[in-house]
Design a protein around this ligand. Structure first.
Ligand SMILES: CC(C)(COP(=O)(O)OP(=O)(O)OC[C@H]1O[C@@H](n2cnc3c(N)ncnc32)[C@H](O)[C@@H]1OP(=O)(O)O)[C@@H](O)C(=O)NCCC(=O)NCCS
Length: 214
């Protein structure tokens, strides 16, 4: 992690037990459409992670979260890890209804829906097409496994992630506000029926999603 980003992430993790606020858009992608073959930057490979790969996560997530990630991998949640010269340089997770992760979101997913989260590329590898390649590889794997739709929740101010989502053919289907103060949480549940109905999203979110990609 870069120093500035490291400080920001550390501050956020220190505050996380107390407060967490998100104004975000839910983005959906159909897995029935074809995806281009993943094109990784030179020297980078990727694979679905197992618990034996946890040491690769160390330069991408704070050590305090490793145990939780181990539990998620053991429970079958899917994680693609990208490697360069034996070091982890990218992560991207896929989780299903009733998983540890999805139970902590307002999403109510159906049996063929996957929730994509935790997309992360180390600063030195950003803007080189790595997450695009990882996303194409993830989607191909999930399609082969029989999943039909992916969903992600992206903070509306995260322009890099919104741009990437737009390039990957995501459609905004709902907006959500979540606020957690210590153990007290407000979040409007978003059911699969709502997600499939393509509810209106605020104009400003649509504008960001469409203008940033141009
Ligand atoms: C978002 C993130 C995963 C993108 O990874 P990446 O490997 O740099 O993405 P790519 O190189 O494949 O970029 C693909 C497209 O995303 C968009 N994008 C990526 N970084 C961007 C930035 N800093 N500003 C604007 N658009 C950006 C662009 O449209 C880009 O295509 P282009 O380079 O042809 O313009 C990475 O910036 C990251 O790890 N950010 C911190 C964690 C995070 O915000 N995760 C997303 C949570 S939903």
């Amino acid at each position: 992690m870069g120093r500035q980003e490291g400080l920001r992430v550390a501050a956020r993790y220190m505050l996380l037990p107390l407060i967490d606020l998100h104004y975000a858009v839910v983005l959906r992608r159909s897995l029935q459409v074809p995806f281009p073959p993943p094109k990784f930057p030179t020297g980078v490979t990727a694979r679905l992670a197992t618990v034996d790969d946890l040491q690769l996560f160390k330069n991408m997530i704070p050590p305090i979260r490793l145990r939780r990630f181990e539990r998620k991998l053991n429970a079958g949640e899917l994680c693609l890890v990208a490697l360069h010269e034996g070091e982890g340089v990218g992560l991207g997770w896929g989780s299903f209804a009733n998983s540890i992760t999805v139970n902590h979101t307002p999403l109510k997913l159906g049996p063929k829906d996957l929730y994509l989260w935790g997309a992360y590329v180390t600063p030195a590898f950003r803007r080189r097409g790595l997450m695009t390649a990882m996303a194409n590889m993830q989607l191909r794997i999930y399609q082969e496994q029989g999943w039909e739709y992916t969903y992600q929740i992206t903070d509306w101010y995260n322009r890099p992630a919104l741009n990437l989502a737009r390039r990957m053919g995501c459609v905004p289907v709902a907006n959500i506000l979540t606020l957690r103060l210590v153990e007290w949480r407000i979040a409007r549940p978003v059911s699969v029926e709502t997600l499939h109905r393509e509810v209106a999203v605020p104009a400003e979110v649509n504008t960001i999603v469409s203008s940033e990609a141009n």
